[in-house]
Ligand binder design. Structure first.
Ligand SMILES: *[C@@H]1O[C@H](CO)[C@@H](O)[C@H](O)[C@H]1NC(C)=O
Ligand SMILES: *[C@@H]1O[C@H](CO)[C@@H](O)[C@H](O)[C@H]1NC(C)=O
Length: 189
């Protein structure tokens, strides 16, 4: 419980002692990789398995939306007022409409496949959750760059809030790259 709260607090830029009951902030540093193994020991709150499934299925819509270039469908994943720190060059994107337009513009020159790997989910309370999900994102060049790729390795550290309609949405995301971009970066030009 405490470690999970620490994780939640770190994502929100809060100290653990003030995490519970504090209003979410819109800035937060990612949890360092070294600390992640201790961040998912299971909250004291016993979540319904259906909540975990619902959250995981919601997150699965992210690659479906991005890879389909259906950027308005990101509204199925992010809260309207979501904040997403995609680091340089995209930096902090908010609200949802900006997340949609910035990702659409940055991915316009390529097609993509986003694959999820290692994942940990912790439902902290009836209305809050955190998750970490590794991803491999392959970007495929088009036109003169057909057959060339850029692969990105990273993880999403997500804070979730259950909405009034009982659906889960990401309210805060830190994207953390875990290695250099591999490939021919000219495909983005
Ligand atoms: C966004 O993430 C980067 C990399 O983790 C960090 O250096 C930067 O401070 C973050 N920005 C904000 C506003 O939290
Ligand atoms: C990137 O692709 C272009 C077009 O095929 C090619 O001319 C260029 O040499 C490639 N650059 C690298 C670093 O592979």
């Amino acid at each position: 419980m405490h470690l999970s709260i620490s994780f939640y607090a770190a994502l929100l830029g809060l100290s653990a002692s003030v995490a519970a009951g504090s209003a979410p902030l819109t800035s937060g540093q990612p949890v360092p990789q070294f600390d992640l193994p201790y961040a998912f020991q299971g909250a004291e709150y016993v979540a319904s398995p259906s909540d975990v499934d619902a959250l995981r299925n919601t997150l699965a819509l992210y690659p479906l939306a991005i890879d389909g270039k259906n950027f308005p469908a990101l509204g199925l994943v992010f809260a309207t007022n979501a904040v997403a720190n995609y680091t340089a060059p995209l930096n902090v994107l908010t609200p949802l409409s900006t997340i949609e337009s910035a990702l659409e513009a940055s991915l316009a020159p390529v097609t993509t496949q986003h694959s999820f790997g290692t994942q940990a989910i912790d439902i902290l309370s009836p209305n809050t959750a955190v998750s970490v999900t590794y991803f491999t994102a392959t970007h495929f060049g088009i036109g003169q760059f057909a057959g060339q790729i850029v692969t990105a390795y990273g993880q999403y550290q997500d804070v979730w809030d259950k909405q009034e309609d009982k659906s889960w949405r990401i309210s805060y995301r830190n994207l953390v790259y875990m290695g250099p971009f591999i490939g021919n970066l000219s495909i983005f030009t």
